[in-house]
Write a protein of this length. Structure first.
Length: 285
């Protein structure tokens, strides 16, 4: 057991303060907890991560269905409660959520994550499409869930995620199902790796450069948002190919339109005009 635990641990926080110290609300509705796990369709071959495992309400169900569960929890009191459950195929890791080392093998995430670090957690799984992350069922604040699943995408990292993952809003959850109750309602989202990515995974940094450049002003029409990349004749051809007009905001493009946009840039635009993204900025995302 000690050997397995070491494999998944990461360096300690430089500040000594866990990033998952706040924003945690526990689900007390047992039927809802079962529904969340059922949506994930866990099998006996799955490695599953539960982030912010708390008292083990979700973890204990996962342990009966998965091959192995990694329960990440920082609070020592909750660690004790988790150990009392005696889940044989579960490794309990006392660690800051954002500083764990992700498994190299394929894995699934099923978790009611802390509200305070929702976006950093999502970025941890989705920013690098070559990781072992396969799918997830995640409970988060409702407004954030709607932002991640909206057809009007303002953030470059969100449209980048959608080139490799399907992100679906499953259902809303009333705040009454939590203890302590949060100030806002929550939602369940489901994430699945696309069987066929829209953009090749090897090109993820190139795509991110394009998306970051284009979405500096999400409301701008495509002709203005992409000025400097495409020539006027190329832009005319691109708009006709995408079947959009001069007023279409860049943020309203569909996933497939973004894929077509990227493919057009790769084929017809000289590399010298491809927008680039610095790796330091990518890490900041």
């Amino acid at each position: 057991m000690a050997r397995s635990r070491k494999r998944y641990q990461h360096k300690k926080s430089s500040t000594g303060t866990p990033s998952n110290f706040s924003g945690k609300h526990f689900i007390h509705n047992k039927r809802l907890i079962n529904d969340i796990v059922n949506i994930a369709r866990i099998s006996k071959s799955d490695l599953v991560l539960d982030l912010g495992a708390g008292k083990g309400a979700i973890t204990s169900i996962l342990s009966s269905r998965a091959r192995k569960v990694l329960a990440i929890e920082y609070d020592s009191n909750f660690i004790k409660k988790l150990k009392q459950l005696e889940m044989k195929n579960t490794i309990i890791i006392k660690q800051d959520i954002l500083r764990i080392s992700l498994p190299q093998e394929p894995f699934v995430v099923v978790s009611n994550i802390p509200y305070a670090i929702t976006t950093p957690i999502m970025k941890m799984f989705l920013n690098k499409p070559s990781s072992g992350f396969q799918s997830g069922v995640i409970v988060m604040e409702n407004g954030v869930a709607k932002r991640f699943t909206s057809n009007f995408v303002k953030e470059s990292y969100v449209i980048a995620w959608k080139m490799w993952f399907d992100i679906q809003y499953v259902k809303g959850i009333s705040r009454r199902n939590f203890s302590p109750p949060p100030k806002v309602d929550s939602a369940v989202i489901k994430i699945n790796r696309k069987a066929k990515p829209i953009v090749p995974i090897s090109d993820y940094l190139i795509f991110w450069g394009l998306a970051d450049y284009a979405l500096k002003h999400p409301q701008y029409p495509i002709e203005i948002a992409l000025k400097g990349i495409f020539t006027p004749p190329q832009m005319k051809h691109l708009k006709r190919n995408l079947q959009i007009n001069n007023e279409t905001p860049i943020a309203s493009l569909t996933e497939l339109q973004w894929g077509s946009l990227f493919e057009t840039m790769i084929k017809y635009v000289p590399k010298s005009r491809w927008p680039k993204i610095k790796k330091a900025k990518l890490n900041h995302f």
